[in-house]
Structures are given as C-alpha cells and as structure tokens.
Design a protein around this ligand. Structure first.
Ligand SMILES: [Zn+2]
Ligand SMILES: [Zn+2]
Length: 248
C-alpha cells in the first residue's frame, strides 16, 4: 500500500495549492491513499487575515469553517474516487505561538476521518503530554505527528513497549513524516531516518501492534516527492509493519 496521509492545500496559511493540484500530484506519483490534513488554524480561520489583524484567536464561525472544509474535501474525494482513495483529516496544533493557534476547547473535530496531533513533546502543549486523553477529546482516529516518540517516551521515564501497546489498544497511530521541501528548508525528520534503520525500535512497534502512517506533509505540490513516500511504505511493509487504513 502506498499511502500519504499528510497533505496541505490552500486551507493552510502556508500553502496555496488547490485540492485538485494536490490530488493530481499524488495520482501521478502512484499514491493509492491520500489524506488531506490542513491545519486547524488555517481551516478554522477560513484563511482570512481576521485573526492576525484583530488579535482575535477565534474566528466567529470556527465550527462552521471546519465543517465546510470537511464537506469540500469530500466532494474532492468523490470527484477522484476512481483514481485514488481520499481521506479527510485535520492537523491539530496544540501550541499557541506566533503563527499557529492551538485547537480551541470545544471545537468539534470528531467527524473527521482522522487527525494528526502535533507538538505533543512541547512542554507548552495543551495536551500536557497526554495523548490518551487528548485523543478522546478529538473523538476521531488520532495519530501523533512530527514526534520522536522513542525520545519522548524515554524522557517521560516510560517503557517504550508498554507505551506503544497502550497506543495500539486505544487506536492511536504514529506518523513517519518524510517531508523534504523548500518550505521546511529541505530538512528531513531524524526520528524517521533512525526508525527505518533501527531494528529494535521496529520490533517494539511491530509487537505492540501500533499502526503507522507515512506523510510527505506537502505544502507545495510542485515540490512533491512521491518517491520518498513509496520507499518508506515499501520499507515498512518489508519490516512487517502495518499502515493505518491498510486494506481500506
Ligand atoms: Zn505539522
Ligand atoms: Zn503538516
């Protein structure tokens, strides 16, 4: 299975690609499952500059804009249903900083096909480092994005197998982010490079039953590199590891 569950469109402040351009780049690249995953603050603020200029965190129609985005992506899913399987997700920021806003308390994301939670390992994260409670709050299939989980678990003093096992039991998956584009200064994620060569880490994840996702985190369709997706999916398959949405 060739899967990319992390693609941004013009719903994110940092991308200007239409959903169609993103899907077509994925289809050309041989991707079979694609997940839209725009930022909550781009979607929720409906890409207006309202929130920046007014110094207001919350667009008055935040809830409606999440639903509108979901509905729009589902029309794209239907339009391309004979070419690619599309899932509608959302990337959830859990940190308030200069250019990103954490998901507001009470904003409903439970109707999404999945969500990717970022900043779990930041001490300022609204998750408080507790993905298990936060996944329940999200109410949809939840993945941990951008995170060196082995380092995170070690810093907490937890046992990696037990932590991954609990993730598997609660249906939480782990994202391997294979981005490499100009927006991120052509910097790849070290935790992914390490995981792909570390048999001990792979063994722990395999035994735990945790599912993985692979994502390019594309913000610029022109710089999409499907070969990174393909190589990673193939390596995981060879190692006997399972992807989320496998068989769907
Ligand atoms: Zn992210
Ligand atoms: Zn992203």
């Amino acid at each position: 299975m060739i899967q990319d569950l992390h693609a941004h469109t013009y719903y994110s402040f940092c991308s200007s690609d239409t959903p169609e351009a993103v899907v077509e780049a994925a289809v050309r690249g041989g991707v079979k499952q694609l997940g839209f995953c725009d930022h909550n603050y781009g979607v929720g603020c409906a890409r207006t500059d309202f929130c920046w200029n007014q110094g207001t965190r919350l667009h008055s129609d935040y809830e409606k804009t999440l639903v509108r985005y979901y509905d729009h992506m589902n029309t794209i899913r239907d339009k391309y249903k004979n070419k690619i399987r599309i899932f509608c997700g959302i990337e959830i920021c859990t940190l308030d900083c200069e250019h990103s806003y954490a998901l507001p308390t009470g904003a409903d994301v439970s109707f999404f096909d999945f969500c990717l939670v970022e900043n779990l390992d930041d001490p300022r994260s609204i998750t408080g480092g507790d993905i298990f409670s936060f996944a329940k709050r999200c109410g949809c299939l939840t993945g941990i994005a951008h995170t060196d989980l082995f380092a995170f678990i070690k810093a907490r003093g937890d046992d990696p197998y037990r932590y991954f096992r609990r993730m598997a039991q609660e249906g939480i998956f782990w994202e391997l982010n294979v981005n490499y584009d100009s927006l991120h200064s052509f910097k790849s994620h070290d935790y992914v490079t390490e995981f792909l060569k570390n048999k001990e880490q792979q063994d722990i994840v395999r035994r735990s039953g945790v599912r993985l996702s692979v994502g390019f985190d594309s913000h610029i369709a022109k710089e999409y590199k499907p070969e990174r997706i393909k190589a990673t999916c193939a390596a995981l398959q060879k190692a006997g590891l399972h992807l989320v949405f496998e068989g769907r």
